[in-house]
Design a protein around this ligand. Structure first.
Ligand code: ZN
Length: 493
């Protein structure tokens, strides 16, 4: 970055530091944007036409067009299947910042936040105008939302060549990778934001808390050295983390910084752009990631503000390294010490169950499996059950056939479960249709698979004496005595 003259907002910053240094009652030591202001701004400027994660390229085009007055829109080229990839430029400042999202087609959280930010930046004459003016005067922003529109079309990671774009920074086999690299080379940004989603099973190391946001200042060489370029990225991340800790304390993880020679983040860092990776993970009861979208909006604005007023400079590399590491030790359901009968003997087993999501139209269904069993004390469950003294018990298919799904409801399904039936058969609905019942629904099949070994589908009861206590249906835990409210994302088999 070039050296800048010392002008008004830097003075403002200085006063702020002096003020907070003298005022021992305040905990805030850096000029962060107030969390309440950021939250309010998101509520006001959220792009309301995007309501879930599985939007497509066609959904975004009218939204890009909507911003053509205040943003400079440039067509950068097209994907393998001919979908346009555009950049949106805003601001007239000296410091250039580039933000790109969704190079993995099923990682759409930050794309939603970028469209919220476009709305925010277009606002006028309101309480945020001072912030907007600082950003406009100090920064030139280049946004490239949805780098992989073909992957997004199918909500899958890779592009239409089945290439992982994040391993194509050097070989440049894919047009999408060429577009991203050319954009960086032509623009030569001082800062870059590489926006992704990660599995929801990442936790902050040593804790049961989901890594709702994970961060990384990628390495630019094998030795993972820290130069000025990488240091700036680390400092900016520290400021972002300070905002996150106020909203989702403990829910931030830091990625391992092993150098990946083919990845964009690592190479863009190497090419001289201070690069910040943001990975959106999971948060309880946020399957469509609308809360995490808001977090993205907030921390990106915070980071842009820091870059604009250069307040990131007061954070240290040590503070960056004190962010907990990411770990991958979460499961959806952890059952402790269920008894498994093999021959005449009983064995106590911890069972680790994950419910993976498969896309169906604009929504998804869950397909569960037992990922590990035995002594699982190193795992954390998003939901846990102490099943010591409970026996894993096989369920049955209800012998009478229902005409259709509409003959069933939540209460009827619960009654059937209590009678020992884990599955029902329907005549007029077909395999693959989605439903939200707490029981298995069969159409083309007469039986269901189940088991307790790795890879098995967790469909069974947990019983105590002769009493059925819990049902586990496609990995969903159902308390038969005191069922709680929960959403079942199921399909007919
Ligand atoms: Zn990714």
């Amino acid at each position: 970055m070039k050296v800048k003259p010392n002008y008004y907002p830097s003075l403002l910053l200085l006063f702020f530091i002096l003020f907070t240094a003298c005022n021992t009652t305040t905990e805030q030591s850096a000029p962060s944007l107030a969390v309440e202001i950021l939250e309010k701004a998101h509520t006001e400027f959220k792009e309301k036409s995007i309501t879930h994660r599985r939007f497509k390229h066609a959904d975004l085009q009218p939204l890009i067009e909507k911003h053509s007055d205040q943003f400079k829109i440039t067509s950068l080229g097209t994907s393998i299947e001919g979908r346009s990839i555009s950049s949106l430029d805003w601001g007239k400042g000296e410091t250039k910042v580039m933000l790109w999202s969704q190079m993995h087609g099923n990682e759409s959280t930050a794309t939603m936040a970028l469209f919220d930010i476009f709305n925010f930046l277009e606002g006028d004459s309101d309480e945020y105008q001072e912030l907007r003016t600082i950003l406009r005067e100090r920064l030139t922003l280049k946004f490239i939302p949805m780098i992989n529109p073909d992957g997004a079309e199918e909500f899958k990671r890779r592009n239409a060549l089945d290439i992982d774009l994040n391993r194509d920074a050097i070989s440049q086999i894919s047009p999408e990778a060429i577009i991203l690299k050319e954009a960086r080379d032509n623009f030569e940004p001082e800062f870059g934001f590489n926006l992704h989603d990660q599995q929801t099973y990442y936790n902050a190391e040593g804790t049961a808390k989901q890594a709702t946001i994970s961060v990384l200042a990628p390495a630019y060489n094998e030795a993972t050295d820290i130069n000025e370029v990488r240091k700036r990225a680390m400092q900016t991340i520290v400021g972002m983390n300070k905002v996150l800790q106020q909203i989702v304390p403990g829910h931030v993880g830091k990625y391992n910084d092993a150098f990946e020679p083919r990845a964009f983040g690592d190479n863009i860092q190497k090419w001289g752009t201070s690069t910040i990776l943001i990975e959106s993970g999971g948060y309880p009861n946020d399957p469509e990631k609308q809360f995490i979208r808001q977090l993205n909006f907030m921390i990106i604005l915070e980071a842009l503000h820091q870059i604009a007023i250069e307040s990131y400079t007061q954070y240290s590399v040590d503070e960056y390294f004190s962010i907990p590491d990411n770990d991958l030790q979460l499961v959806d359901l952890l059952i402790h010490e269920a008894q498994v009968r093999v021959g005449e003997k009983l064995y106590p087993m911890d069972l680790g169950i994950r419910r993976r999501q498969s896309t169906s139209g604009s929504t998804y269904y869950s397909s569960s499996s037992i990922d590990d069993l035995g002594d699982l004390q190193v795992y954390f469950g998003l939901e846990e059950l102490d099943a010591s003294n409970m026996l894993i018990t096989e369920g049955k298919v209800y012998p009478e056939v229902f005409e259709s799904l509409s003959d069933l409801d939540q209460d009827r399904a619960m009654d059937l479960l209590r009678e020992g039936f884990l599955a029902v058969k329907v005549e007029n609905n077909s395999e693959g249709e989605l439903h939200g019942l707490p029981i298995l629904v069969l159409s083309s099949s007469d039986t269901f698979s189940w088991g307790w070994k790795t890879g098995s589908v967790p469909n069974f009861f947990l019983s105590k004496g002769n009493q059925l206590k819990f049902a586990v249906v496609n990995g969903y835990l159902i308390d038969l005595e005191n069922p709680k409210e929960q959403e079942f994302k199921q399909r007919i088999y």
